[in-house]
Design a protein around this ligand. Structure first.
Ligand code: PLP
Length: 366
């Protein structure tokens, strides 16, 4: 399998540089913080936890806590596993060599790479000349032949988020062919204006499998917990059988901590949203001051990142390499998304973003 470019780039720099200016996860909360939000009953579960194997579908109490975040999902329609496992298993079970799929691009690589390795033919849904995804473009991409439509809202890296009307268009295109919709919602609820928040696609279109997890919206990437929800019991059952060959079940402590976070979600998501909103305002000012260099930046409505076009005389990978060597600022160049050579991803979820921008400013042309 081709290396996962973004993850390999992080493996090189994430733990040995001064500033992470491109992370998509928000600062991790401490264990103390999570436990301080627990009710007495939840604390009892934590203190009496035994470290044996757990229910391979996910702890029943955790599945109930997850189901409450959807309008149409019951606890038995939830399957708890890591997001990477979910991607892998779903693609391996649903796709065959020669199948056609449609996926957004740029995108988190595993959303199309596994299908590519299976031998699928991939049609990419890309931003239009205005730099934004246009759902109408899906009309010429999705057809009877489409085995799976893969979307990711809020989108990594651009922060694109469909309006309710745009979402209706996407659903109507998928419904026309009853296409299986895989909705990666890892950044669900990180919507900067609460009035614009959409329901999960699993609540809006029957033939959907939605993915969410703790890494982004909750600032709990280290728990390594995610889940898929779907009304398709037969697909969920097949995924469970496959998972027996991988992790078998989840980490017991991580499941309890995830349950606490889900039962107190505001205490996590709101804190992250406030940080993102504040950093976004700071970055807008920074981009305005350096409009000769920051060629194209439009404020994202959702998520924790933006994809920013720079005015460069070299590939963005070379620029990113020079920047990290000279200043200790790690950015993610667009080459890591296999998407041209002129963008970098900017992440808004880190408290030290203002310091990182100051360090960047010091080496930018005046
Ligand atoms: C769109 C998207 N899906 C899935 C994942 C994987 O999430 P996790 O890191 O919790 O495995 C990521 C992580 O960056 C992501 O951006």
């Amino acid at each position: 399998m081709d290396p996962f470019k973004l993850e390999r780039y992080f493996a090189r720099y994430e733990f040995n540089v001064r500033y992470l200016l491109s992370s998509s996860d928000c600062d991790g909360f401490s264990l103390d913080y999570v436990l301080s939000k627990a009710t007495n009953n939840e604390l009892k579960l934590w203190n009496n936890l035994t470290l044996g194997y757990k229910d391979s579908t996910g702890d029943p109490l955790l599945r109930e806590a997850i189901a409450k975040h959807y309008n149409s999902i019951k606890a038995d329609e939830v399957f708890v596993l890591t997001p990477g496992e979910a991607n892998y298993i779903l693609m391996k079970l649903s796709l065959l060599s020669g199948d056609e799929i449609v996926c957004m691009k740029p995108a988190y690589q595993s959303l199309y790479q596994i299908a590519k390795d299976i031998g699928c033919y991939i049609k990419f849904w890309e931003p239009d000349i205005n730099g934004s995804f246009n759902p109408d473009d899906l009309r010429s991409l999705v057809s009877q032949k489409t085995r799976m439509l893969i979307v990711n809202f809020p989108h990594n890296p651009t922060g694109y988020y469909p309006t309710k009307q745009e979402l209706d268009t996407i659903i109507s295109i998928a419904s026309k062919y009853n296409t299986l919709l895989y909705s990666d919602e890892m950044y669900h609820k990180l919507v900067h204006d609460p009035a614009k928040l959409n329901d999960s696609l699993v609540d809006l279109y029957e033939n959907t499998i939605s993915l969410w997890g703790t890494a982004k919206s909750f600032g709990l990437a280290g728990l390594r917990i995610g889940w898929v929800v779907s009304h398709n019991q037969s697909l969920l059952q097949k995924m469970k059988l496959f998972r027996d060959y991988l992790s078998i079940c989840n980490s017991a402590p991580a499941e309890i901590l995830t349950m606490i976070a889900l039962n107190n979600s505001e205490e996590f998501i709101e804190v992250n949203l406030n940080k993102i909103r504040s950093n976004k305002a700071i970055f807008a000012e920074f981009a305005g001051r350096h409009s000769n260099f920051i060629k194209d930046y439009s404020e994202p409505p959702a998520g924790s990142t933006a994809f920013v076009k720079l005015n460069l005389s070299e590939p963005s990978l070379d620029y990113a390499e020079r920047l990290v060597q000279e200043t200790g600022i790690m950015t993610v160049p667009s080459e890591m998304f296999e998407y041209g050579q002129s963008h970098i991803r900017v992440g808004f979820g880190r408290a030290n973003m203002p310091e990182a921008l100051q360090a960047w400013e010091a080496v930018l042309p005046k």
